[in-house]
Ligand binder design. Structure first.
Ligand code: XMP
Length: 211
């Protein structure tokens, strides 16, 4: 069965991160890294972690096209499977990410797990994302109305959803509403037994969806 959880590895410590990746990497769809782990350990950690799972770089690119391109090329060089970019910077920037990503999958943020100005332009962001040729969209697990809206407009793009667990959303509900994969960080790495917590999540997904 396909794993439905993307593990958000938002910790600083190198050895702890590698250990978590070793133990959980084959039981998640991917591991998502964000600035905290990169700022502490440097970009090389992406390659190290990629031994254990697909790695999605949640760098939320939001710059001019050339800078976004330079960052995407670097991420690509270090063996990332995916990268997350903002869509609000517009077509030119997002297209630069898609064009420089090569085989790396590009996900664009079209709705956030916290209220933001992006809420007013979600439709436009989805339209721009489709035009730029992204692989998938980021939409919130903890805001069902926004997730539903994104699902309705997403066509065949994949949807990945943060906001479950610590931010209040429900994993099963998000999958029912159309998320392909749910992103979970603190609820796993802050638990007493991350392996068991993940295994409980996976079992409840399997039991509910017969997969
Ligand atoms: P927790 O610990 O809350 O981690 O389970 C969630 C992870 O997802 C990121 N995050 C977002 N990423 N759009 C995104 O692209 C969002 O709306 C959003 N909300 C949370 C967060 O940085 C953490 O890595």
């Amino acid at each position: 069965m396909e794993n439905k959880i993307i593990f958000a590895l938002d910790i600083y410590d190198h050895d702890e991160a590698i250990n978590l990746a070793k133990n959980l990497g084959d039981k998640v769809f991917a591991i998502k890294v964000n600035w905290p782990i990169i700022l502490e350990n440097g970009i090389k950690i992406i390659r190290e972690l990629s031994k254990y799972s697909k790695i999605i770089c949640d760098f939320k690119l939001a710059d001019i096209d050339n800078t976004d391109k330079l960052i995407t090329e670097k991420v690509n060089e270090y063996n990332a499977w995916g990268i997350i970019a903002h869509a609000f910077t517009g077509y030119k920037s997002l297209k630069a990410v898609v064009d420089s990503a090569k085989n790396t999958k590009v996900f664009s943020v079209v709705s956030m797990s916290q209220e933001s100005y992006v809420d007013d332009i979600t439709d436009k962001l989805i339209e721009t994302s489709k035009k730029a040729g992204v692989y998938g969209l980021v939409a919130p697990a903890n805001r069902p109305l926004y997730l539903k809206k994104v699902k309705e407009l997403s066509g065949n793009l994949k949807i990945i959803s943060p906001g479950a667990g610590s931010q209040g959303g429900d994993i099963l509900n998000a999958l029912l509403l159309g998320s392909d994969y749910v992103i979970i960080g603190r609820s796993i790495y802050n638990s007493d037994n991350p392996e068991k917590t993940l295994s409980d999540f996976n079992n409840s997904i399997r039991n509910s969806f017969n997969i």
